[in-house]
Structures are given as C-alpha cells and as structure tokens.
Design a protein around this ligand. Structure first.
Ligand SMILES: N[C@@H](CCC(=O)N[C@@H](CS)C(=O)NCC(=O)O)C(=O)O
Length: 199
C-alpha cells in the first residue's frame, strides 16, 4: 500500500499486476525470487523489491507534493523514523496480529511493545499535524499502513488508548481520496491478462 501511495503522488504511470500471495504468478517469481510484494520492474529491467525503495524511486522521479522535503527535519530523520517502524514496530505488529487470531492473550505483550512506538508518534503530533511538520511527507505515508493494520487488530482497544492526535491523524489519512484510490481492488494478474494502468 505504501508503494502505491508514493507512485500515486508521483504520478508515475505503471502497469499494475495484482499478485495473489497464495498463488504467485511464475513471471513474478522470475522477476523477484524472494516472492514478496511489492515488486517494481523499471523500464530498463532493473528490479526494486522493497516497498520503501519503491517509494524512494517514485519520489526521486517526481515529487510534486515534496514528500522528500519535510517542513521540519530532513530526509535522514524521516528514514530513521521509518526504520524504527519497519524493524521493531513491524515485528511487534506481526506478533500481535498473528497471536491475536489463534490466542488473543499471547498478543498482549507484543501489543504493549508496539504501543510504545505509537505513543512516540502521538507525541510528535502534539505540536504539528504530521510527523515532520505542517503537511504530509514520506514518513507519514510509509508508516501509515502499519498503524492502520495495528489499529484494525482490535479497533475498540485502539480507540480507547490515550493517543488522541494519532487517532485524528489516522482518521484523516483513512478519509483521504488518495487512500481510497490506492485501495481499489484489482483482479489477479496472469499471463495474457489485459494491461491495467495504475495512475
Ligand atoms: N520488507 C518488505 C516486506 C514485504 C512483505 O513481507 N510483503 C508481504 C505482503 S504485505 C508478502 O509479500 N509476503 C509474502 C507471502 O505472504 O508469501 C517490503 O516492505 O517490501
């Protein structure tokens, strides 16, 4: 989702091939044997197989909303926050999410550990509406999908926590037209499918 958000804002047109994870197209695995989405194949054939790298590629191509240039702080500071999300918070999110399906009580420790990062994010938002100032940046959009997933595990619990600024931030992003655009559903791609143009 975050890769799509950045490609969307950058107005890069690309062919979209929807991959079904339980039935991955052989062409997808040939392009990227590690088998995780997203994967972006550039016009020269080079392959990008990490979502953050896709975001950075798209924004380096074109960054009309200045997502790479935050009103406060800089790109390195944004990348540091994103790394904290991608490493520690994401691990806690996965442990919380998957424990909660089989045995909800086992997820509590992971939920509490993940919540520490969310408290930190809420703290940033006490002085500004977005993580790096007055407007959306790469950091907000790279982290947003994971906060959304965390919230969706147990929305009642999430809404009861004392992170009012984070709740507002999440609601605003969920209500945005860009989010609606990238959440559009596509049918599974297979060799011979019609070309679907994204953007
Ligand atoms: N660090 C990678 C993680 C990508 C990832 O794990 N994607 C999941 C889906 S959200 C996936 O493709 N899993 C492979 C599978 O379930 O077979 C990135 O951000 O691009």
């Amino acid at each position: 989702m975050r890769a799509r958000l950045a490609v969307h804002v950058s107005r890069q047109q690309c062919e979209l091939r929807e991959i079904v994870l339980r039935d991955k197209a052989p062409e997808f695995l040939a392009a990227s044997p590690k088998g995780t989405v997203p994967v972006l194949v550039k016009p020269d054939g080079a392959v990008i197989e990490e979502s953050l790298e896709v975001m950075l590629w798209a924004l380096h191509e074109s960054d009309p909303d200045s997502w790479l240039v935050p009103p406060s702080g800089d790109l390195d500071a944004m990348l540091a926050l994103i790394e904290a999300c991608d490493r520690e918070f994401k691990a806690n999110l996965d442990a919380y999410k998957y424990a909660s399906r089989a045995a909800p009580e086992n997820g509590v420790q992971a939920r509490n550990a993940g919540a520490q990062f969310l408290v930190e994010l809420d703290g940033r938002l006490t002085v500004q509406p977005y993580f790096f100032g007055e407007r959306l940046t790469l950091a907000d959009m790279a982290i947003f999908p994971f906060v959304r997933q965390f919230a969706n595990v147990d929305r009642d619990w999430f809404d009861q926590q004392t992170w009012p600024h984070l709740l507002k931030w999440l609601e605003d992003l969920l209500a945005s037209s860009r989010f609606a655009d990238v959440m559009k559903k596509y049918s599974k791609w297979q060799n011979g499918s019609d070309i679907v143009v994204f953007n």
